[in-house]
Design a protein around this ligand. Sequence first.
Ligand SMILES: Cc1ncc(COP(=O)(O)O)c(C=O)c1O
Length: 454
Amino acid sequence: MSEIIASDKKHVWHHLTQHSVFDSSDPMIIESGEGMRVTDINGKTFLDATSGGVWSVNVGYGRTEIADAVRDQLLKMCYFANSAGNVPAAEYAAALIDKMPGMSRVYFSNSGSEANEKAYKMVRQLAHINGNGEKYKIIYRDRDYHGTTIGALSSTGQAERREQYGPFVPGFSSFSHCCCYRCPFGKTYGECNIECAQDLERAILEEGPETVGSVVLEPITAGGGVIPPVPEYFPIIQEICKKYDVLLHIDEVVCGLGRTGTWFGYQNYDVKPDFVTMAKGVASGYAAISCTVTTEAVFEKFKAPASERMPYFRDISTFGGCTAGPTAGLKTLEILEREELLSNVKKMGTYLMEGLHHLKNRFPVIGDVRGKGLFAGIELVTDRESKTPAPESYAVQIAGACAKNGLLIGRTNRSFDLFNNTLCLSPALIATKGDIEEIVSIIERSFEATPLQN
Ligand SMILES: Cc1ncc(COP(=O)(O)O)c(C=O)c1O
């Protein structure tokens, strides 16, 4: 055991980690998992309210049937480049499209970032197919995250995450976030004109509508602080996209496959996307897979008579041909349906939100609670009147206290200066009432034991 820790400390470069912390402490090494719980190498078990740290293991740990299906498939046919087909990919694509009325084609790759990059490349190529290549720009939203590759980071509205990684790819520009608690227009919902959505029109006009190909949005901003839009939001976005012939790309990397109680986050709202990208929950963390899904109308644009100069999508993702991903994806879908997990998410989500409102009533340091389904954020402030964000170090302390008490929670992490003050909850979709009670009660104890020091 100490050998593993020593090897880790000597050779592993952990994600999102300032390694000087390991001068005086050891990294957490997770060794096993079952259902909602994980156990570290020292034998300490945690209730995991993060689904694997970053919203991924939606059907919980230790699913023998997924492991068995993947094993059987790998022995039969592990991999062939996706320029050819494979059986689980065809089956999974059909099963997925069945959940997405209006969508038609699935392009497989490996990560959320990559899925988004594929959509960006499609938009750029469409600009050439449809015209002179001018309509290539992509608008993104403040506080949204779309991935770690330079293209995806160029479309990410989190300044601190981008810091020191520039210069960025040209052709990306931003519009306003939609967090009512911190309305960028100083308005109050109910008395506003949904200026946050209208701001998309400003961004398109500023760039020039003839140059804007698409807008990319998370259905609910995830890592940017768990921000669900108001119901009027997406219909306005859709109208503006239609008006300027701009394609709508919804990034479902976090919300996709049940997290919010519908198959996809956008299905909570009245909107029809042209691209939907997804990754984390697709195979519930049992295999690496991501999908860029689009309409038949977009797909048709990439077809041409064989004699014409290649307009087809000249892109490949080597491991988009792995069969483990769609096999685990199929089993994940089967489990979601058989165990009626979407309706569980709705029920448990309501229960979780009630618990969080109870905490908000008890602790003035909680300025706002928000979310949908089994996806929630707790925004911390130094005082409710001024809404001054609590320092990131306080969110770290609360998350640390929860871990000490046997609960893993997430938080906004060096994303935007001064606003890394939201705790994030995303338990597996199998969570029971007992699990939710335990989550809320451990957070309650952790706040009691960790007052904010001014
Ligand atoms: C909304 C969203 N899009 C894209 C990504 C990037 O996914 P990946 O880390 O698989 O590249 C993430 C990752 O957290 C995400 O939250």
